[in-house]
Every structure is written in structure tokens, then in C-alpha cells.
Design a protein around this ligand. Structure first.
Ligand code: ARG
Length: 591
């Protein structure tokens, strides 16, 4: 019997500890433990250590092996020196099961708490008022929601900010038009409007306003005066503006609901929210010399940022007409997030095409002292969603695809897929509809999260809802199958039995389950949710191999074997469900 491992340590960590204990003189040398094809793990760190100690690596490896046997407390089955001084290490079955049993007793499944948590403000899901949401907004929402969950789970204090586009010159045109056509945003008789009605109202109004703006010079002048009135805080103008914001929020919330995502109203702090700070932001930048006047505008220059003509491209903080743009708002938001919200990290989930903007904004904030070694800003940049033709995703007529249409189509297809199997599982029509939503929306989220964010990906619904391959449906079926086995198990319960010999497929599955906590911790630090998706996919693949090789509920199995396999299957299911949940994807019990 091995000693009871602490909740936080997994097999790999226990092994690393044992290796360090075997060679105390190695001090803090990293044993460089990796999973290996030849054994469970390979330790490569002895080479570097031998160099440091000016010794022979194979001899040193031999000493480690000799010392390990006594130090390792039942952890090891076999250790051999290979090549110039690597160690191939096979751990004991008992150690694997014991370690997993300790992790299973903990709701966090071994996910460690961040060692030095602070506050992170995540800027995500930032659509624009009076505009339809498109696939770019989908990516920010999906990746942002996953990062919020993952970082919160890792113990970080997370504050969401939805930096919606709710300010700027186009509102002059919209407000003026509404002022002249006051009933354009009226709702039906019950006074309520659905998200779709809200958007179609806004869209109609936007097009109508644009048409007048483009054809009527006098309207254009009135619209420009409106912008001035808006920025000056004229109450009547603000009241009209607020109607656009409110109407848009109805629409946004309907889309986020469809996406099965929670967006809190108090976290929606759009560009307008920083209005009162803009003048001071400019004053601070100018007084400190970070920004200088150039042709009437207030600008920040950078040595390494030049336009196509070779001339330096400045960040314009205030235009020559006195107007403030996107940069002034973002700089003010940084001051607010660092100064008022006490953030130590600012994470921006924004399209890679805005990278230049953020590079300049972050550098400006650093020069101004708002960002420094203790307070950092990072853009989690994402690539473009492509159509089947490999070009940015558009309708056949070349228009931007409405996000809602895509979501609805995904749910329709998923419902068909779920419906085909529903008879066997005995699902009611309501359950089929619910599963269709979870599978369809999960498919879209997973497709987005399973490639590295900065890469473009093809939006291919057929592939996304396919039952085979790296899709969420595959993972959801793996989970449902686990639940079905556990239901069928009757009186047999999941109980770990460290005394049993594990089948290679069991070992592979168990050692993969063992890595969950470290993967989540890594993703929380590197902002790479695709690594969690990849981990979960491999988990489901190990599970498939395990089912192929090992019967769980066979009548031929002795009761301990059934219990131990149920234990493994149950823990795999909990891992899948927790991991998928962190990605924002549901795992129905029956599918
Ligand atoms: N509303 C912008 C857009 O639709 C994204 C805002 C990103 N966040 C920010 N702090 N600039 O492109």
C-alpha cells in the first residue's frame, strides 16, 4: 500500500518529488519528466544535471535509480537507464489507482488553485449597438466565456467587461433620424419586443437613416450637430441614444441566451462608459509628454510602427476637430480597470486584425505608467472565421452572415442528429429539443475552441455536428455512454481497488485522467483553451480504446474488477463533464 497522496499531487508530481528526493544534491534541478511511449514517463533532466555536477550522466542515472527504490514508497514498478542517461519509468498500478482515488474525493478533481491569484479584467463579447452580430463577435464571446470560467476555477478573481460599441459619430445620424421619426422604435401592442424584432427595428432604422444621410445635405448637418449635442451630454439627445442602447441590449441578450451564456448587465460597460475620463486621459498624456500635438491632433508616435509609405503611423488620441476615438476610450478603460478595479492583468479577447491598435494602446499606457511590470495587458487575439471557400465567411450574395441564422441552423442539424438516436434512448420530444440545443451550440463552441485561437478556421456545420472525429458531439456521446453504464450497473458501485492489475488500456486512460488538473492550470495561465479541448478529445479517445479492450459490466468479471472499472469510468465522466463545462459546453445525461 502506498502512502496517501495529497489532493493536489498527481502521479507525475509524485514522481518528480521522488526523483528530487533520490538526489538531494540536485537541489532544484528539473527532472524534465514527460509522458513517454516506451514507459509511462521519461526523465531527461539527468543529462543537464550531470553536466552541472561534471559527472558521468549514465553513472548519475544509476545512482538515482538505486536511491529511488527506497525513496519511492511503492510508486514505481520499473526504472531503467536508457541512452546517454535518460530514465524510463513505469509506475505501479496501485500508485495510479491510489492517486486517482484521492483526486476523485475532491470536487475540483485535482485542479490546483493558482499560487498567486489576483484580479484579471477580461474584455470579451463586445458587439456594437444598432448592428447585427456576426461570426467575429461569436469568437470573442465563445473564447471569452471559456477563459472566464477557466480562470475563475483556477482561483483568479475575474471581472468581465463587455466593451460594446455604443458611441461615435454614427449615433448622430441615428438619433437625428429617430428624433424626426419618433415611432420607428415602437414595439407591438404588448410593448415587449423579442431579440429578433429589436434587431429588425434597429436594422430598418439604420438603413433608413443612412439613406437620408447620404441624400439630404441638410439632414447631414443636423446629424453632425447631434453628435456635438450627444458629446456635450444634452439630456434629450442622451435619452434618444439610450433607446438605441436598450433596444440593442434586448437583441444582445437574446443572442447570448441562444449561446447558453451568461452576460451580466453590470458588466456591459461600453465605450460611452469612459466618456467622463477622455479629457483627463488626454491631459495626462500630453502633460507627461507621452502624446504630442501633430497637425492639430493629439498623437503618440512609435519608432517601430510605420505606414506603407514609411512614415510613422501615430496613435491618434484626439482628432484635430476635438473628437475622441477608439484609442482614447481604450486608454481610459485601462486607467479605470487598473486604478478602480484593481486589475493586475487585462485580457482582451479581440480579433487579431486589431492587434496593431492594441500594441499601440498598450505601449502608450506603459509609457504613461498605467501598465508596468506588475500590471500587464495581453490581447488574446483570434483569427477569422472562413467559409467553405477559404475566404472570410459571407453569404452567397457576399453579405455578412447573421450570427443568429448560424446558431439556428446548427441547432436544427443537431436536433436531427439527436433525433435519429433518440428512439433507442427513449427521449421525449422536449428532451430531444433540449439536447438539440446543447449539441448544436456545443458544436459551434467546440469548433471555435478546438483550434488555437489565432488561427483562422472554416465554419463547416457538417463537420461540426459529425459523430466521428474531434467534435463536441463525440465528447457528449462519450459522456452519455458513461452515464448509461453507471445507470445499468445496478448495485455495483464505483470503488477503487489499488490491489488489482490494470490492463494497458486502463493504465493509459487512468494516466490521462491524472493530467487534468495540470492542463486546466496551464490553460488558465497561457490563455490557450484549445489545449483543454485537445485534452478532452484525447480523454474520449482513451475511453473508446478502453471500451474496446475491457468489458466493464461483464458477468465474467469478479466484483472488484467491475467496481474498479466503474470507478475509472465514473471519474472519466466527471472529468469530461467538468472540462466541457469550463468550455461552456453542456453534457446531457442521456443522448
Ligand atoms: N466593438 C469592437 C468590435 O466590434 C470590439 C471591442 C473590443 N474591445 C476593446 N476594448 N476595444 O470590433
Amino acid at each position: 500500500m502506498t502512502s496517501v497522496p495529497s489532493l493536489a499531487s498527481n502521479v507525475q508530481q509524485r514522481l518528480a518529488t521522488a526523483l528530487s528526493a533520490a538526489l538531494p544534491e540536485a537541489g532544484s534541478a528539473d527532472p524534465l519528466l514527460r509522458r513517454s511511449d516506451r514507459a509511462d514517463f521519461q526523465a531527461n533532466g539527468i543529462l543537464a544535471l550531470a553536466k552541472r555536477l561534471k559527472g558521468n550522466p549514465r553513472e548519475l542515472a544509476g545512482q538515482v535509480v538505486a536511491a529511488l527504490d527506497t525513496e519511492s514508497d511503492g510508486l514505481l514498478r520499473e526504472v531503467e537507464v536508457s541512452g546517454p542517461g535518460f530514465l524510463n519509468i513505469t509506475v505501479s498500478d496501485a500508485a495510479i489507482v491510489d492517486t486517482l482515488a484521492a483526486r476523485a474525493a475532491d470536487d475540483r478533481l485535482g485542479v490546483p488553485y493558482a499560487t498567486d491569484p489576483g484580479t484579471t479584467v477580461i474584455d470579451w463579447a463586445q458587439p456594437n449597438v444598432a448592428k447585427e452580430m456576426h461570426v467575429g463577435h461569436l469568437r470573442s464571446a465563445v473564447i471569452g466565456a471559456a477563459m472566464v470560467k477557466i480562470m475563475e476555477f483556477a482561483g483568479e478573481k475575474v471581472i468581465s467587461r463587455h466593451h460594446i460599441g455604443d458611441w461615435g459619430t454614427q449615433f448622430g445620424m441615428l438619433i437625428q433620424y429617430l428624433e424626426e421619426h419618433p415611432h420607428e422604435l415602437d414595439h407591438g401592442r404588448d410593448g415587449e419586443s423579442s431579440g429578433e424584432e429589436a434587431m429588425s427595428n434597429l436594422d430598418r432604422l439604420y438603413k433608413a437613416a443612412r439613406a437620408v444621410f447620404d441624400s439630404d445635405e441638410e439632414f447631414k448637418t443636423r446629424a453632425r450637430d447631434r453628435v456635438v449635442a450627444l458629446q456635450a451630454g444634452d439630456p434629450a439627445t442622451l435619452a434618444l441614444w439610450q433607446r438605441f442602447v436598450d433596444e440593442s441590449k434586448i437583441y444582445f441578450h437574446s443572442v447570448f441566451d441562444k449561446l447558453d451564456m451568461e452576460i451580466a448587465d453590470e458588466d456591459i460597460v461600453g465605450e460611452s462608459g469612459y466618456n467622463d475620463m477622455l479629457a483627463e486621459t488626454c491631459r495626462l498624456l500630453e502633460e507627461s509628454g507621452v502624446a504630442v500635438r501633430s497637425e492639430g491632433a493629439l498623437c503618440v508616435f512609435f519608432d517601430d510602427i510605420k505606414g506603407p509609405d514609411g512614415e510613422p503611423t501615430p496613435l491618434i488620441v484626439r482628432k484635430s476637430n476635438g473628437g475622441y476615438g477608439y484609442a482614447a476610450t481604450d486608454l481610459s478603460a485601462i486607467r479605470n480597470r487598473v486604478g478602480e478595479l484593481d486589475a493586475r492583468t487585462l485580457l482582451y479577447v479581440v480579433d487579431v486584425r486589431q492587434s496593431m491598435h492594441f500594441k499601440m494602446v498598450f505601449e502608450t499606457a506603459r509609457r504613461a505608467g498605467w501598465l508596468n511590470d506588475e500590471v500587464k495587458a495581453v490581447q488574446l487575439a483570434f483569427g477569422t472565421v472562413l467559409g467553405a471557400d477559404g475566404k472570410p465567411f459571407k453569404t452567397r450574395e457576399g453579405k455578412t452572415v447573421k450570427l443568429v441564422d448560424l446558431l439556428d441552423e446548427a441547432v436544427d442539424r443537431a436536433t436531427a442528429v439527436v433525433g435519429e438516436k433518440a428512439g433507442k434512448v427513449g427521449l421525449s420530444p422536449e428532451e430531444i429539443a433540449e439536447n438539440g440545443r446543447y449539441v448544436g451550440i456545443g458544436a459551434i463552441k467546440y469548433a471555435d475552441l478546438s483550434t488555437s485561437a489565432v488561427r483562422d478556421y472554416k465554419f463547416d456545420l457538417d463537420q461540426m455536428v459529425s459523430l466521428n472525429g474531434d467534435t463536441s458531439v463525440y465528447l457528449q456521446y462519450a459522456y452519455a455512454r458513461i452515464r448509461s453504464i453507471l445507470r445499468k450497473a445496478g448495485d455495483a458501485r464505483p470503488v477503487p481497488h489499488p490491489e488489482l492489475t490494470l490492463h494497458p488500456a486502463e493504465r493509459a486512460l487512468a494516466l490521462h485522467v491524472d493530467q487534468f488538473g495540470e492542463v486546466v492550470a496551464e490553460v488558465a495561465e497561457t490563455y490557450e483553451p484549445h489545449k483543454l479541448a485537445a485534452y478532452l478529445y484525447q480523454l474520449a479517445s482513451h475511453l473508446t480504446t478502453f471500451y474496446d479492450k475491457c468489458q466493464v459490466l461483464s458477468a465474467d468479471n469478479p466484483p472488484e474488477l467491475v467496481e474498479n472499472r466503474l470507478f475509472l469510468v465514473d471519474l472519466t465522466g466527471r472529468t469530461l463533464s467538468l472540462g466541457m463545462g469550463l468550455l461552456g459546453i453542456r453534457t446531457p445525461e442521456r443522448l
